[in-house]
Design a protein around this ligand. Structure first.
Ligand SMILES: C[S@@+](CC[C@H](N)C(=O)[O-])C[C@H]1O[C@@H](n2cnc3c(N)ncnc32)[C@H](O)[C@@H]1O
Length: 252
């Protein structure tokens, strides 16, 4: 049995208990806003948030957009439980499901699919992207955010703090739990938030030990989308320059 098949949603369930601590970070709030702003829709559109987590993006979209269908899928019951608390009952169709499998929608169902900070955790980003292709209508768009290959969590903390210390001060936060805690303390003054962020960092570390992460360079991401028959409309750095946002359109 390899590391991936041993993985269960339970690690993410546990993470769900502290995941929304990220909302305390300015770059994360800005990211949600930026992705929501990137999505242009018509009232007849159907939109899916793939691996929606605790639903912060879905809640923002539910407030801002008029849509005929707003759906979210995630395999963690606890993540979904938190997400449901953020939206008016019936506003979002939530499904619990493993997106490493065939997605539970017909071909050409959605006008838009968003996927934020999740593709890197899937068994096969290519298979998942091909599934997104299948469920998107021709001409439909995916808006994807994913960590870049040299992702540095410390630089997200630097952006949160508005620090003018050099990047080298904030780099290699993953070198050890002690180093990460030291950087969290440098960036955040509120002790209760510091404690929660240390807890978040522990969960990230645990998940990273359990599954293989797929981080991409811009070039590798471009290749992946092209091979899956998408045209890239936009590719920009986001999240304190630690992630890449791609907007791509399904070719007929
Ligand atoms: C880092 S969180 C991102 C959540 C949310 N998209 C956000 O931006 O805050 C990754 C999410 O992917 C979900 N996830 C990971 N692998 C999955 C899979 N194979 N099927 C469904 N959901 C999955 C996890 O449960 C978790 O909610």
């Amino acid at each position: 049995m390899n590391a991936q098949s041993e993985f269960t949603p339970n690690d993410w369930d546990f993470y769900a208990t502290c995941y929304d601590t990220l909302l305390q970070l300015k770059p994360y709030r800005e990211l949600i806003d930026q992705v929501a702003t990137e999505i242009d829709t018509r009232p007849s559109d159907k939109l899916l948030d793939l691996a929606c987590g605790t639903g912060s993006l879905l809640a923002t979209l539910a407030n801002r957009l008029q849509l005929s269908e707003l759906s979210g899928i995630d395999f963690s019951p606890s993540m979904l439980q938190q997400a449901k608390l953020k939206v008016r009952p019936g506003r979002v169709e939530f499904r619990q499901g493993d997106v490493n499998n065939i997605l539970p929608w017909q071909n050409d169902h959605f006008d838009k699919v968003v996927c934020v900070n999740a593709l890197y955790t899937f068994n096969s980003p290519e298979s998942s992207l091909r599934e997104v292709y299948r469920i998107l209508k021709p001409g439909g768009d995916i808006i994807l955010v994913t960590p870049k290959q040299e992702f540095e969590n410390g630089l997200v903390l630097k952006a949160h703090a508005g620090s003018d210390k050099p990047d080298s001060y904030w780099s290699n936060s993953h070198a050890s739990a002690e180093r990460e805690e030291c950087l969290i303390r440098s960036a955040i003054k509120d002790e209760s938030v510091v404690k929660q962020m240390i807890y978040v960092a522990e969960h990230n570390r645990k998940i990273a030990r359990t599954i293989t992460f797929h981080f991409f360079t811009s070039q590798a991401l471009e290749k992946l989308f092209t091979e899956c028959n998408f045209s890239i409309l936009k590719m920009v750095p986001v999240y304190a320059d630690q992630c890449i946002l791609v907007r791509a359109r399904k070719k007929p």
